[in-house]
Design a protein around this ligand. Sequence first.
Ligand code: XUL
Ligand code: CO
Length: 436
Amino acid sequence: MEYFKNIGKIKYEGKQSDNPFAFKFYNPDEVVAGKTMREQLKFAMSYWHTMCAEGSDMFGVGTMSKNYGATNEMDIAKNKAHAAFELMDKLDIDYYCFHDRDIAPEGASLAESNARLDEITAILKGLMKQSGKKLLWGTANCFGNKRYMHGAGTAPNADVFAFAAAQIKKAVEITTELGGDGYVFWGGREGYETLLNTNMALEQDNMARLMRMTVDYARSIGFTGDFYIEPKPKEPTKHQYDFDTATVLAFLRKYDLNKDFKMNIEANHATLAMHTFQHELRVARDNGVFGSIDANQGDMCLGWDTDQFPTNVYDTALCMYEVLKAGGFTKGGLNFDAKTRRGSNTSEDIFLAYIAGMDAFALGLRIADKMITDGRIDKFVAERYASYQSGIGKKIVDGTATMTELEAYALNMGDVTTNISGKQEYLESVLNSIMF
Ligand code: XUL
Ligand code: CO
């Protein structure tokens, strides 16, 4: 059965093309910065937004159906799996990622939910074998069900913690069964609404306990992928513990989890934390925890997570600059945690959205490569810090300078006589000249 009948395989036609159903910049097998674009970008389809989300928001019901011609919920899930692989095939996307509840609806009991997961996992495994598509990462939805109203790993109720652990155990098992390259923790409701009712210290200790148990269990069953935490500062809770990359790093170091976890950086979560996407990627790269990316963009006029398909090339270029500087993706990749607008309610819109996002990242990759080969920006930065390469600066970075020595140096100097311009405007114009 073909689900997207009026859409064929999306091909690269180049930027002159006005065919809406063609890539203008994403040419999968073209080599950019030493690897094919396919290898550099490692695009992944997000099951929840693409296969499940029907356009509902807090003011209104869905505007599109994702039933794929079925009525019974397990039949819908089965058709969805087939439709997912058709979509990936037509869009030439090699990876996908999911929450447990995206692929199989929750049953009346944990045992039934698990049996449903087994049934769909077998189907996905077959489809993966046929198509060669791979699982970028799996995760558990420990935020949707009402039992998680106060959190999962950080719930005040130990029964909820136990349920979450059981659900994650199964999610790790199916991720392993499907050869997943990663496992993500996004702490949907791991945070608080008010400190008046919250034991923050116990909640965070418990979250760390859950993560440690997950890592140990996953390794014991042969999971070889990476673990990721996906920072987000707020929404749905007022305060999420995984606020941003720097906060998560402090958490990982406190609980000795930093060897096991990397970051899954989401663009719109960065902006919710009042950071740029590039900032979050830079913090991750500088601290050796760059892992994977949820690519999307927010709306700067709105204060919530709009999860729009990314089209802002300035952001994709600076993102890919960080990715290239980090040495590229290893087990991670670039998943579109993005959904079409409620008003873009056809399946054609989903294809057009992926084409827009993939092209925006392809452009970003091409520009990032040019930024590096052009060299003006990197050279400027290197020269800006040149004073640390010799003399007193070298002593400072080598750790041999003392306060007394620095005082003597400063007294002798009298005052700082040279302080070179940061040339922000010039660098921004260099970036524009590279881009256009
Ligand atoms: C929510 C979000 C999640 C995670 C996976 O804001 O980004 O979809 O990516 O749980
Ligand atoms: Co995300």
